[in-house]
Ligand binder design. Structure first.
Ligand code: PHE
Length: 454
């Protein structure tokens, strides 16, 4: 059996620090920007129900598996997988799982940063009182003006990437813990205020019914795949982000309790965002399936009509930027940790290199919304749509599937009992059944269903 390793990039100060960092990674654009718009595009209730089911039976057990592998390996995901494979007498090819994760994180961050740039731009638009008294049409045209100009998008994307790389260069621990501790609760309070506004919008019931009344005739096989993919995306699973954070987790902290806490908070934030947005959509005769611009075309209406709207609007987008920031850091951390370990780079150089590469790739997304918006090489999807689809719906579930297979089939029972420390009665066997059978079978069925085989 393995002796305990010390992490080489530092360690969280304790349980709360890890929960905060993992929540910082999980809660982000996925909850507030992506969840409402894909729920809207896929007909609401049935989609939301499948997403919740995936969080419970696939997401939480895989999060536990991923944190466990990280803490056992105590290195960047690539090296963690290589070492654990050696330790458990599995094939060295398992390290490819780490590589695939680094690639997925890089691809996701390239578009994530562009969207976070929209949120940055909206900090200033909201703060200047631009939304005051605006109707749905006015709000819509502000959004189209922003995305139609590549130079503007590029500037905001650049600013966001620079912000991200500065934090990554300094090391994930300094600053991040403190920022998340303060800003996550603040974001939550603002969401409560927005739900309060939506409550009075006149269409609260309709919005909530759209979100929670399942109508299975509205969901397609592709919709099921998108719901499952989003469970991975929103919990930051399947690409090593949670693994790398797990590698900084001190021993003796319960992996199960922390994983459940993080997943619950993440889900709550997404549902609150949905409850804030859909009543506004219906009250203003807007389209729930409006696409990636949905929150930028709805929330400003609320801010434009509530007392102190300019202040609350600005604060909301500031907090959204912070939420995106703490997620972005975790998207690139596996790559940076690897460059530091294997290429003996300093953190600063590794961050600059990873940042420049990601920034450049982000140009594809920047242009997808304007000069290349008509370029749809596959399945009527722009380059941005394709990147998002490939990463969230294919790469992350595949990565998660392999994590589950490694944790449950390759790793000895002894090692996982030791690492999870849940005793051997009820909870441990339940987890093991979920990751051994239920998750792999579930993910495979959804894949096969989406490509039309079953
Ligand atoms: N979970 C983040 C969000 O919801 C996105 C993310 C995905 C972060 C994968 C890290 C890894 O915004």
């Amino acid at each position: 059996m393995a002796t305990k390793r010390e992490p080489i990039h530092g360690q969280w100060s304790g349980r709360l620090a890890f929960i905060l960092a993992a929540t910082g990674s999980a809660v982000g654009l996925g909850n507030i920007w992506k969840f409402p718009y894909i729920a809207g595009e896929n007909g609401g209730g049935a989609f939301v129900l499948i997403y919740l089911l995936c969080i419970a039976v696939i997401g939480i057990p895989i999060m536990m598996a991923e944190v466990m592998l990280g803490r056992r390996g105590r290195r960047s995901p690539i090296n963690t997988m290589r070492h654990l494979a050696g330790e458990e007498n599995a094939s060295p090819h398992w390290q490819w799982l780490g590589w695939a994760g680094v690639l997925a994180g890089f691809l996701i961050l390239s578009y994530y940063s562009v969207i976070a740039g929209w949120a940055l731009a909206y900090v200033f638009r909201a703060g200047s009182g631009l939304f005051t008294g605006l109707t749905a049409d006015g709000v819509q045209s502000i959004f189209s003006n922003l995305v139609s100009e590549p130079e503007r998008l590029l500037a905001w994307h650049t600013l966001f990437m620079v912000m991200t790389m500065i934090v990554v260069a300094r090391g994930v621990r300094s600053g991040l813990e403190k920022a998340v501790r303060l800003l996550m609760p603040a974001l939550f309070v603002l969401l409560v205020i927005l739900v309060g506004y939506a409550w009075n919008s006149g269409s609260f019931e309709q919005g909530v019914a759209f979100l929670f009344q399942p109508d299975f005739s509205k969901i397609t096989a592709d919709g099921v795949l998108i719901a499952m993919g989003h469970a991975f995306f929103t919990l930051s699973l399947g690409m090593g982000a949670i693994m790398v954070y797990g590698s900084y987790l001190p021993d003796r902290i319960s992996i199960a309790k922390t994983s459940i806490a993080v997943s619950l908070m993440d889900t709550l934030v997404a549902l609150m965002a949905g409850m804030a947005i859909f009543p506004i959509v219906f009250a203003n005769g807007l389209e729930p399936g409006a696409g990636p611009g949905l929150i930028f075309q709805t929330l400003p209406i609320a801010f434009g009509h509530m007392p102190y709207g300019a202040f609350f609007g600005m604060l909301f987008f500031v907090l959204l930027v912070f939420a995106a920031w703490s997620s972005a850091i975790s998207l690139i951390e596996p790559a940076v940790a690897w460059l530091v370990e294997n290429r003996s780079m300093t953190r600063v150089n590794a961050s600059v290199l990873a940042g420049i590469a990601t920034w450049s790739f982000g140009l594809l997304t920047v242009f997808s919304f304007n000069i290349w918006s008509g370029f749809k090489p596959l399945a009527d999807k722009t380059l941005f749509d394709l990147l998002d689809y490939l990463t969230a719906n294919i790469m992350l579930p595949l990565g998660g599937l392999l994590i589950a297979l490694f944790a449950a089939w390759k790793m000895s029972r002894e090692s996982s009992v030791d690492e999870l420390a849940m005793g051997e009665r009820f909870w441990y066997p339940l987890w093991r059944i979920l990751v051994r059978y239920i998750t792999p079978i579930g993910v495979t069925i959804v894949f096969l269903h989406a490509i039309g085989i079953i």
